[in-house]
Design a protein around this ligand. Structure first.
Ligand SMILES: Cc1ncc(COP(=O)(O)O)c(C=O)c1O
Length: 351
């Protein structure tokens, strides 16, 4: 079975009424997430900075909103009687597993070998059957499609109108809860998050400029826009695993091309700096993809000076080992006392 009836639906995208209904359905599962203007981030950036806290959803990432809408529809229509299967690096899988448990749909997730052990454990704890296959996401995805045919499972893709509609609900909450934003920084993996934000901005008639953010190590959409044709990459080697996409989705590319002000790319080092900034300035945990929008804003702070800007902290599911490397062991903080992980710090005269 194939989950892609998207061609005719994605072009029309969704109406405000459908978006509000999706928001209400998401709120049956959890009460939306907060958005705060953090003063230390404002000082760091030189602008008013609003953070949308998608790290506080029940799966620690914005993806759960899309899973809830997609699986609710499958359950309502009886389209996945044997369950569904998908491939993921983690947050999409947690989203489907969470929604599958809520709506009684069995979920199988295929992950590449070497995937985050913590994300794997979280998916299994939510009741998903986990299969490891292949060296990267694309190999896992092909295996998931094969197993869908063999086992009569619904193949849930990573870009689908239901997912765009569902994840757009964070943008609706944010636009309605903050004063008008001059700009909003949104990450791009396969593109459901930014397509939802663009459509929501347009439905609400806002002038907010939406800035796409990609990893400099996986810039498929940035290069596609620059070259005026879909660019397929050979590798997508970034620690921001939610952004590790090699092949852009054509529907997403069209929406992004028409709706973004520009795409900014950020290196893993810049992302690591933003993870540290979230930690010191807000004491929130961000995973790489979750901190990428702040990394891009920090890179563009000259452009955004004295404006009102939004960033989505779209995921907090960072592995302990990477958090240790990027934050706890980091030795040369600018203006911040380093955390000593080896020798104890020299004793001080203070009590
Ligand atoms: C935390 C996080 N941020 C960003 C993305 C990219 O989202 P999208 O594929 O909707 O562009 C993902 C994708 O899984 C993610 O998990």
């Amino acid at each position: 079975m194939d989950g892609c009836d998207k061609a005719e639906r994605i072009n029309g995208v969704f109406s405000l009424q459908e978006l509000e209904a999706a928001r209400d359905r998401v709120h049956e599962a959890f009460p939306g997430t907060p958005q705060y203007a953090w003063p230390l981030l404002a000082e760091r950036v030189g602008a008013e900075v609003w953070v949308k806290h998608e790290n506080h959803t029940p799966t620690g990432a914005f993806k759960v909103r899309g899973g809830l809408i997609h699986v609710a529809r499958l359950a309502r229509d009886g389209t996945a009687p044997n369950g569904l299967i998908s491939a993921t690096r983690g947050n999409h899988g947690q989203s489907l597993a969470y929604a599958g448990r809520r709506f009684g749909v069995p979920v199988t997730i295929v992950v590449p070998h070497g995937n985050s052990t913590e994300k794997n454990a979280a998916m299994q704890a939510l009741g998903a059957r986990l299969i490891e296959h292949g060296a990267d996401f694309d190999a896992a995805r092909l295996q998931a499609m094969r197993l869908a045919k063999e086992q009569g499972l619904w193949f849930a893709p990573s870009f689908h109108p239901d997912l765009v509609l569902g994840v757009a609900t964070w943008a609706l909450e944010m636009f309605q809860a903050t004063p008008p934003l001059d700009a909003l920084y949104v990450p791009i993996g396969l593109g459901s998050g930014i397509c939802g934000a663009i459509r929501t901005r347009d439905l609400l008639g806002l002038g907010t400029e939406i800035v796409g953010v990609q990893s400099a190590h996986a810039p498929a959409y940035a290069r596609s826009l620059a070259e005026g044709r879909p660019v397929h990459l050979d590798s997508a080697d970034t620690m921001a695993d939610g952004l590790a996409v090699r092949i852009p989705d054509p529907d997403a590319l069209a929406i992004i091309r028409d709706g973004v002000a520009r795409i900014v790319t950020v290196t893993d080092d810049e992302v690591a700096g933003a993870v540290r900034a979230y930690w010191t300035d807000t004491h929130n945990l961000a995973e790489g993809a979750g901190a990428a929008p702040l990394a891009a804003l920090l890179k563009e702070r000259g452009l955004q000076s004295a404006r009102r800007v939004g960033v989505v902290l779209c995921g907090g599911n960072i592995d302990l080992a990477l958090f240790q490397r990027w934050v706890l062991s980091f030795q040369s903080w600018e203006g911040v006392t380093p955390v000593m992980t080896g020798e104890p710090p020299p004793s001080s005269a203070d009590p």
